[in-house]
Design a protein around this ligand. Structure first.
Ligand code: DGL
Length: 268
């Protein structure tokens, strides 16, 4: 069981920002990644659709005998993490927008949370902001359009800057000095976001914290890999393997083989 793989998924390539932190924190673990690109973006889909996708991908991972699943997608977490935990009897580690660290670090008392509309509309997000954001002003900004940029590996340039400015300037004008990246895709735009926001704005990505939580869960369950060699990664998609392979190659920084996952192909 200990050398079984870990499944990591997102609506597309955004979850690679979490996968790379997991890779650093747990080099000996075998990692399986599913980019559900055939169903992306999740951000403004109906909740039932997102929940059905999360269940299908997790079922696919169980068929690959994984020992744990990481929901590397804030939207799927917001909609489906609880359901996955009640349906599947393995550790399910999921995302949480970094509202708590943002509330601790802001000096102006105003933080901006960038996420998809479904994340921001979720009960989990309301609970999180009530609990962790007491005493600070939280401005929630849906940024759904940024996902397509990352899905096309378009991370720099005037178009990217213009889109980012449109989303974050209103937050900065209202005094936000801390921005929370509440969608795993946005981590790939962190440099562009910092360039637009300027040096006095803190930009927070929870990916490293999620990798740490995964490590903690594996340790607690005595599930850490026993192999001493690199665990390696394998990639699947419900979208076009050629297209996704080319984008993952750019974002992951090396050539990878991306396979079609037929069981995930039934996108409504
Ligand atoms: N990467 C996802 C997230 O963290 C969702 C992006 C999308 O498909 O809309 O929310």
């Amino acid at each position: 069981m200990n050398d079984a793989p870990i499944g990591v998924f997102d609506s597309g390539v955004g979850g690679l920002s979490v996968l790379r932190e997991i890779r650093k924190a747990l080099p000996n673990e075998a990692l399986l990644y599913v980019a559900d690109s055939g169903a992306a973006p999740y951000g403004d889909r109906p909740r039932e659709y997102i929940a059905a996708r999360a269940r299908a991908v997790t079922g696919f991972f169980l068929g690959q005998q994984v020992k744990a699943v990481v929901v590397a997608c804030n939207t799927a977490t917001a909609v489906a993490a609880q359901m996955l935990r009640s349906c599947f009897d393995i550790p399910i580690v999921a995302m949480e927008p970094a509202v708590k660290p943002a509330a601790e670090r802001t000096r102006s008392g105003v933080i901006g949370v960038m996420a998809t509309s479904q994340t921001l509309a979720s009960e989990g997000y309301s609970r999180l902001t009530r609990k962790q954001g007491a005493g600070v002003e939280i401005i929630s900004q849906p940024c759904n359009d940024l996902v397509a940029l990352v899905e096309n590996a378009e991370l720099t340039g005037p178009r990217v800057e213009a889109m980012i400015s449109r989303y974050i300037m209103p937050l900065l004008e209202r005094g936000a000095d801390t921005l929370v990246l509440g969608c795993t895709h946005y981590a790939f735009l962190a440099e562009a976001i910092k360039a637009v926001a300027g040096p006095n704005v803190i930009v927070l990505d929870p990916a490293a914290a999620v990798a740490k939580e995964l490590r903690r869960r594996l340790e607690a369950g005595h599930l850490l890999a026993s192999r001493t060699s690199a665990g390696g990664e394998r990639f699947w998609t419900s979208g076009s393997p050629a297209q996704v392979q080319s984008v993952i190659g750019k974002l992951w920084g090396e050539d990878v083989d991306v396979r079609a996952a037929p069981v995930l192909g039934l996108v409504a």
